[in-house]
Structures are given as structure tokens and as C-alpha cells.
Write a protein of this length. Structure first.
Length: 328
């Protein structure tokens, strides 16, 4: 623990050291200055640890990553990242799942009908007296998940599955509803929660589409006709996700290639009250001439395709932001 309070007599100094097991990995702050969480990648018995208190009085509460039978394929192994739900009632943890030959929950070749793999676990009451892992998503072989983050509104959980080169998106409220659904009682320790409640799969519908056998591996993919719920492909290993809060920009139109020579552009600016915008259209990208300041002053690309005046919002979308439009 390092004191970062400017003006403190111990500013910049290590004020306490906590023993954290074999491989403490992902540290997550909370809105409470006296509470934080971390993962321990080499100890499933203490996969997630909740730390509370202050210098000289810290307590640590460990959460086991085991679900149901210790000899089946379904667990959360090698916790790597943890994040709290917006209300603090649940925590979500990504399991890297190190390959261990012959171990049902670490070896995807052990049972081709139920292959082991990386996934996301759900912890109930993480800040309470007895935090418990209660459910997990579908294991995906050779996926080796990295970190996970919540969207700024807390509604979507994103997890980086580096081995599959995708980012998965899960509906947080659908997961919570499924955990508390009495129809699923007794099944959550044995079955993936997103198999029980497919509505969880906002962008995580990635499952067995060709069953395996003792002579061939199962094929994972997005079911035909359900591509809009499949994971987000990133083209390379997905690592180190960050969710952007506050201001953001969303293009509404045109939403696809168009042959129209004078298209109307529409966009939302979120996170700013009384926002104003300018629209620039160019064959050059940002830093190379799209914006007036890219090439120095004066503007050396003043003849770009289009430069708008300063625009006021012409509409407000409830709970979304200020809407702008400009016709090229």
C-alpha cells in the first residue's frame, strides 16, 4: 500500500505490505477508499480476495473459485481480473484457465462433449460477510481470458478472450436475474448461466456448433443466423480493456456505404451539456489533414471535402445525449 495523499507525511511511501498468496494479479479499486479487490491467479481456493480497512487494520476475505463437483469440467480457474457491479451487490471475475493435462476443468481434450476453458464467474454479495461464487458463463477452450470491464452505465460486462481474439459482451442485468431465478436453482453449479439464460449473450453467443467426439474436437462458433449476438472480433489478442466514461461520440448516419453525393450526417454527443460540434470530411485521416490543426497553422488543408460552421444541437435523445446533423 502506497500513500498517495499529497501533503501527507508519508506521501509516496509504502505504508503497509499485505501477503497476497502465490500470484496476486488483477487489482480493482472501488468507490470506497477502504475497500479494494484483487485476484490470485495461482490459488483457486483464494481466487478473489476482498480487502477492507485502513493502514494497520486491513482484513482480507477470500472467495473460492470452485463450482459444484471438484471432478467435473465446470469451474472458474486461475482468476485474473475482477470488477464490481455498479450497486456493489455482485462481482464478476475472469478465469484464465491454465492447461493441465488430465484435469477435467483444465484440459479441453479430457471430455470433448464438455470441454474445459476460460470463462467469467459471478460472485454474490462480494462486500458482505460471506461472498460466494454462484455461477459462471460457458467455458471456451483455448480462450485464456484477460481482464474485464463494465460499460459506464453498468449494463454490459466486456471480457477480453485473448486466445479467441474476441471481446465478449454480457448483459449484466440478465446475469443477475438468472442468478436469482428459482427455476435455475440447483443448476447454476453444473451448467453455464448463459446456456440457461441466452438473453445474457449480448455479444457473447459463442458455443459448440459442431459436437466433438473421442476422435475429433468440438467446433466453437456463432450459430448460423445469430451473428448479431456473436463476440466482437479484434483481429489480434485482446488485452487490457478500458471502458470510457463521460463524453463520447456516436455516429448515427450514414450507417453504411452510400452512393449519395450529399449525405446527411447525424451524430450524438454524450456526456456534455450544451455541447457544440463541427463536422469535417476529408480523404485524410486525423493527424494528417482531417482537422484544421493537423498540419499546423494556418490550416494547410482548407480545401478538404467539407468543414462545417460551429453547430448547436438540434435535438436531445432522452438518456443518450445531444443530437446533431449536417448535410454535406
Amino acid at each position: 500500500m502506497i500513500d498517495v495523499a499529497e501533503g501527507s507525511e508519508t506521501y509516496g511511501e509504502i505504508v503497509e505490505v499485505l501477503l497476497a498468496g502465490g500470484e496476486p494479479y488483477g487489482v480493482s479499486a472501488t468507490n470506497d477508499a477502504n475497500v479494494m479487490l484483487y485476484t490470485n491467479r495461482l490459488s483457486d481456493a483464494k481466487g478473489v480476495v476482498i480487502v477492507k480497512g485502513d493502514v494497520g487494520s486491513y482484513t482480507q476475505t477470500a472467495v473460492s473459485m470452485s463450482l459444484g463437483s471438484p471432478i467435473d469440467y465446470f469451474d472458474v480457474n486461475n482468476a485474473i481480473s475482477v470488477v464490481l457491479s455498479k450497486d456493489g451487490e455482485y462481482a464478476f471475475v475472469s478465469g484464465f484457465n491454465v492447461f493441465i493435462q488430465g484435469n477435467p476443468s483444465h484440459d479441453p481434450n479430457y471430455d470433448p462433449f464438455h470441454p474445459a476453458g476460460g470463462n467469467v464467474g459471478i460472485i454474490r454479495d462480494p462486500l458482505g460477510a460471506a461472498p460466494t461464487l454462484v455461477a459462471a458463463t460457458r467455458p471456451v477452450p483455448m480462450s485464456w481470458p484477460d481482464n474485464l470491464v463494465l460499460s459506464p452505465d453498468g449494463g454490459t460486462l466486456y471480457a477480453a478472450y485473448r486466445g479467441q481474439r474476441v471481446v465478449m459482451g454480457f448483459d449484466v442485468q440478465a446475469m443477475i436475474d438468472a442468478v436469482n431465478n428459482p427455476d435455475f436453482a440447483g443448476q447454476l453449479e453444473r451448467k453455464p448461466i448463459d446456456d440457461l439464460a441466452p438473453s445474457i449473450n449480448v455479444r457473447s453467443n459463442f458455443k459448440i456448433i459442431e459436437p466433438g467426439s473421442f476422435h475429433s474436437d468440438p467446433v466453437f462458433g456463432v450459430p448460423p443466423g445469430e451473428e448479431f449476438t456473436g463476440p466482437i472480433g479484434v483481429g489480434g489478442q485482446a488485452n487490457g480493456l478500458v471502458a470510457q466514461g463521460g463524453a463520447s461520440l456516436e455516429l448515427l448516419a450514414p450507417d453504411k456505404l452510400t452512393s449519395e453525393l450529399l449525405p446527411t450526417f447525424s451524430w450524438l454527443v454524450k456526456g456534455f451539456e450544451n455541447a457544440k460540434s463541427r463536422l469535417y470530411v476529408s480523404t485524410y485521416r486525423g493527424s494528417e489533414g482531417l482537422f484544421p490543426s493537423d498540419l499546423g497553422k494556418p490550416d494547410l488543408n482548407a480545401d478538404r471535402i467539407f468543414s462545417s460552421d460551429l453547430l448547436d444541437a438540434n435535438g436531445i435523445d432522452a438518456d443518450k445525449g445531444r443530437r446533431f446533423s449536417s448535410r454535406r
